[in-house]
Design a protein around this ligand. Structure first.
Ligand code: XMP
Length: 517
């Protein structure tokens, strides 16, 4: 196991991804809790992340001294390098705020860190962090690589196995970075590649059985990848003691509800309760045009419907389910580093069922708590879920309701479903579905004039959105070939009655958000 101490860099999660890609299990801990995490995890190696602070500031974070005293391999990146230098008796000079940039480093001496990857005398591109600079190395350290602006691009104490870099090996802009991290965990720390989804599957099944025993589990399916993978895994562990509930709020995409039902009932033969609550949801949303009110209405109804179904299931003579399954992922669990401690602004209150377990007095089963999204997809493939299902774009809990600005109606939902299906079909035909992180159509409450055949039309505008992103926190609009967009527009206008104009959204996030509401 590897422990990663997070000093608040934007890219700390990438370190974890690289370590796991190398087949080694790792956990992240914010620096405030690192001491405790270090004791509990008893890791074979530690990686110290970058961060926004300056080590010359009063009260700036430090790594637990116990890490250096333990004699285990340490890889210290950027801020990690600086605090390591200070903590082991070197010196750091304050610079400016940390910023990234491409740089070439020149290798001065060989090191176990880049053995088999880089050679003495060679020049290699890296993604450098400019900011504070180490000016004197601690005893036992030597410089292994320099760049024009970084005299200590790599410095290490090979004997104590402490390696420090001023650049970020975890980002893709350091092309050989993943190999350096693999060297660190395999060759230097001597850890084996045993973190695979096949191994995880076996372990997860054992621990689900241990937690649940003969108890019953209820699992809400959303139509998304996470809840589906969680359900299939739990079913493999406890079979008929799992009951899935799919609340169909009528705000799904074309054919989506049927797909979920077919996949679970026919393909996996997993007990599934399909609740068609579309009248209830669409009725409750009548005349509601405020986005937050829409979300709250949907969230509350969802809990009501789910609870009512749970009561019915509890009354089937097989005893009440004591457990509720959720597809919680590792990024939801990781405590983030907070320097201010202040409240963050709510941009959108994401629809979730967080309050459900307490209200229903149920214990949680969260078999995906340790996984990143790409690992959940790999696990889904391992469990035999269809590749097209596993590779699906994210879809918001409130569904199409937040893709129709203003009040929704059945008619508008039908129009949007058709346009969205054509758009996604064209994206798939162009071979772009997997390159794009999320794509969807939005039906605007605006009518414009058009001409079709000899007649005048006065219909809705449809906006198309497609973004690239890593985690949905930031995003860029996708730069389509205009021919692809043109084909989408032509087909939507010709085939969908009610739309006579199509526009493409070129807003990035920030300042925009991905969804329109
Ligand atoms: P935004 O619009 O905030 O979206 O940039 C970021 C990601 O979150 C999804 N999203 C939601 N998901 N409930 C959800 O479950 C919501 O209320 C919600 N709002 C946005 C959005 O689709 C994107 O993937």
């Amino acid at each position: 196991k590897v422990l990663i101490v997070d000093f608040g860099s934007q890219v700390t999660q990438l370190i974890a991804r690289r370590v796991r890609e190398a087949g080694v299990y790792c956990e992240l801990a914010p620096f405030q809790n690192a001491e405790k995490a270090f004791k509990e995890l008893n890791p074979k190696a530690v990686i110290l992340s970058g961060g926004p602070c300056s080590v010359t500031d009063d009260g700036s974070p430090r790594a637990p001294q116990a890490i250096f005293d333990a004699g285990i391999p340490v890889l210290a990146i950027c801020y990690g390098q600086q605090t390591t230098a200070v903590q082991l008796g070197g010196q750091v000079e304050g610079g400016h705020a940390a910023e990234f940039g491409r740089a070439d480093i020149q290798i001065q001496e060989n090191s176990a860190l880049f053995e088999g990857v880089w050679e003495k005398g060679g020049r290699y591109p890296v993604w450098m962090s400019h900011g504070d600079r180490v000016t004197r190395l601690p005893e036992g350290f030597t410089v292994k690589a320099v760049s024009e602006n970084a005299p200590f691009a790599i410095a290490s104490d090979e004997k104590r196995k402490i390696f420090t870099t001023m650049f970020h090996p975890e980002v893709v802009h350091t092309p050989d970075g993943a190999k350096l991290i693999a060297n660190f965990v395999h060759k230097i720390a001597g850890l084996k590649s045993d973190w695979t989804m096949a191994a995880f599957r076996g372990e997860a099944i054992k621990s689900i059985r241990a937690q649940v025993g003969e108890g019953r589990v209820l699992c809400g399916l959303s139509g998304g990848v996470d809840s589906a993978v969680a359900a299939v895994l739990i079913h493999e562990a406890i079979g008929e003691n799992l009951t899935c509930v799919f609340v169909d709020h009528g705000l799904m995409r074309l054919g989506e509800a049927e797909q979920v039902v077919t996949l679970f009932r026919d393909h996996y033969n997993i007990p599934l309760v399909h609740v068609d609550a579309s009248d209830l949801f669409v009725g409750a949303l009548e005349g509601v045009s405020d986005p937050e009110t829409k979300r709250k209405t949907i969230g509350k109804l969802f809990i009501d419907v789910f609870e009512a179904e749970a009561k019915k299931i509890a009354a089937d003579g097989r005893g009440a389910p004591q457990f509720l399954a959720q597809g919680t992922l590792y990024p939801d669990v990781i405590e983030s580093v907070s320097f201010t401690g202040g409240p963050s602004v709510t941009i959108k209150s994401h629809h979730n069922v967080g309050g459900l377990p307490a209200r229903m007095n149920m214990k949680l089963v969260e078999p995906l708590r340790e996984l990143f999204k790409d690992e959940v997809r790999a696990l889904g493939r391992e469990l035999g879920l269809p590749p097209a299902f596993v590779g699906r774009h994210p879809f918001p809990g409130p569904g199409l309701a937040i893709r129709i600005p203003g009040a929704i109606s059945r008619e508008k939902l039908d129009i949007l479903r058709k346009a969205d299906a054509i758009y996604l079909e064209e994206i798939a035909k162009a071979g772009l579905y997997d390159t794009i992180w999320q794509a969807f159509a939005v039906l605007l409450p605006v009518r414009t004039v058009g001409v079709m055949g000899d007649g005048r039309t006065y219909d809705h505008v449809c906006a198309l959105r497609a973004v690239t992103s890593v985690d949905g926190m930031t995003a860029d609009f996708f730069p389509f070939d205009m021919n692809v967009l043109g084909r989408c527009a032509t087909r939507i206008i010709n085939e969908v009655k009610g739309i006579n104009r199509v526009v493409y959204d070129v807003t990035s996030k920030p300042p925009g958000t991905i969804e329109w509401e």
